[in-house]
Design a protein around this ligand. Sequence first.
Ligand code: SF4
Length: 341
Amino acid sequence: MKDQDIPLLEVKNLESYISTPKGEMKPVNGVSFSIQKGEIVALVGESGSGKSVTSLSIMQLNDSAIKYKSGSIISLNEVNLLDLNEKEMRKIRGNRIAMVFQDPMFSLNPLHPIGEQIAESIVLQKKVKYKEALKTALDLLKKVGIPDAERRLKDYPHQLSGGMRQRIMIAIALACKPDLLIADEPTTALDVTIQAQVLNLLRNLQQEFGLSILLITHDLGVVAETADRVLVMYCGKIVEEGSVNDIFESPRHPYTKGLMESIPAIHGTSEETLAAIPGVVPNLLELPAGCNFVKRCAYATEKCKTDEPSLLQHPSGNKVACWHPLKEGEVIRHAAAVSYS
Ligand code: SF4
């Protein structure tokens, strides 16, 4: 097997659960996927689909309420991250895998200049002298496109715009040259122009450093702009997987198709109505017996109510978890009021 065929990260049948007074629920329920070196993989889905818990599980930054049940997260050096203790995991975080969150204000310390914050994270991870780390911090600020970088090193977080703060977080994440960057809704808090700049920056960094990126987002516009491959998550499971082209051009799962139809078309008219997926994501404690999407799906049959579909290879190239995958270019029927008792 060639090096480029070995995944940088391989998540196998990951399950995590939360114990509640009403029972055990699984925000991540048997998730498997891999990320190759230099690949940008987007994990998409509505709120509550389990995408953020999946990313936190990789970093093992879950709060104590979330426990792992089974599965493995194998990183490039063949280590199962779930077997590591907190001390060992700290060496992985930052060095091998770094993470950028939605709101940089929560991650930056308001009391210290940003140069100091970047330099200190480099000193901590790389054990270099502070002066050398500060020089690296300056190079990183230039790399992520901060204008007048030398002066900005002395700025406090509140003196920077939202877009600049997110660039600073990306600079901190890149400080130790990680193999994988997990970006959890990195542009959600930014306006559209700045959002495009940050996405461009991620793309450029991926090309320059061969960085792999796991992009967590609910925004399909961001996915179309940035990702190579897409994983669609629903109720803690991956329901469709494919290249960004195949997912956008020819989605096979009714849920994916519904997500696509809820995006405004660039050349659409102002009279055009967007199709919303009917119903809501079910309560994880009360999932249906068969397919989790059954109550919102116009294609549901008796089989869908009783048998759970597995994620299987479809002849189109996508992997789909559905008993009745859509045909190419099929106009979707909408389940306006599907109700099963
Ligand atoms: Fe719809 Fe059935 Fe496919 Fe589920 S398995 S998405 S209910 S057609």
